[in-house]
Design a protein around this ligand. Structure first.
Ligand SMILES: C[S@@+](CC[C@H](N)C(=O)[O-])C[C@H]1O[C@@H](n2cnc3c(N)ncnc32)[C@H](O)[C@@H]1O
Length: 145
């Protein structure tokens, strides 16, 4: 069993040294987050990065069985966490791969981290970038033809 983890101190710092509440004010999804195409229910990177920093340590594995455009995976990799995503639609899988390839570029990666930091979604510099750790698979293997 994996014990519950909550990074109380980090969340407090993000909230101006007051305990983080369960109401978060973060920017809506922006155009720069859709640089590799549009997913109908894509989530803002700011939400996922904060969730990941609140509940995992660097190097953790994160699973999203309904990956979509892999916002969870991009947030995970930006923050030095590893990611396994499952997605049934090839179009969204391609979008996920493109997003993953995009953050291979150091300039783009740093730009994303800066935007997220400025939006107070994450705090630097407790991340370390994990390359080649994002794996994407089609659906559940035993359900494939
Ligand atoms: C709500 S969306 C996820 C959006 C994602 N959080 C993002 O930010 O892009 C759910 C995704 O699950 C996928 N999906 C639905 N059924 C699935 C299944 N059986 N196996 C894998 N993926 C599935 C859909 O194609 C859809 O892209």
């Amino acid at each position: 069993m994996i014990p519950h983890y909550y990074n109380y101190e980090l969340m407090k710092q993000l909230n101006g040294n007051k305990q983080m509440t369960d109401v978060w004010r973060l920017p809506a999804i922006a155009r720069w987050e859709k640089s590799c195409g549009k997913h109908p229910t894509q989530k803002p990177l700011g939400v996922l990065t904060r969730l990941i920093q609140a509940s995992t340590k660097p190097g953790a594995w994160i699973l999203d069985p309904f990956s979509g455009s892999s916002t969870t995976g991009i947030a995970a990799n930006l923050l030095g966490r590893r990611y396994l995503g499952l997605e049934i639609e090839e179009e969204f899988l391609s979008m996920s791969k493109a997003r993953r390839e995009e953050i291979e570029n150091e300039g783009i990666r740093n730009n994303y981290l800066e935007r997220l930091t400025n939006a107070k979604a994450i705090l630097p510099p407790d991340y370390s970038y994990v390359a080649d750790e994002m794996e994407l698979n089609y659906g559940v293997p035993w359900l494939q033809e």
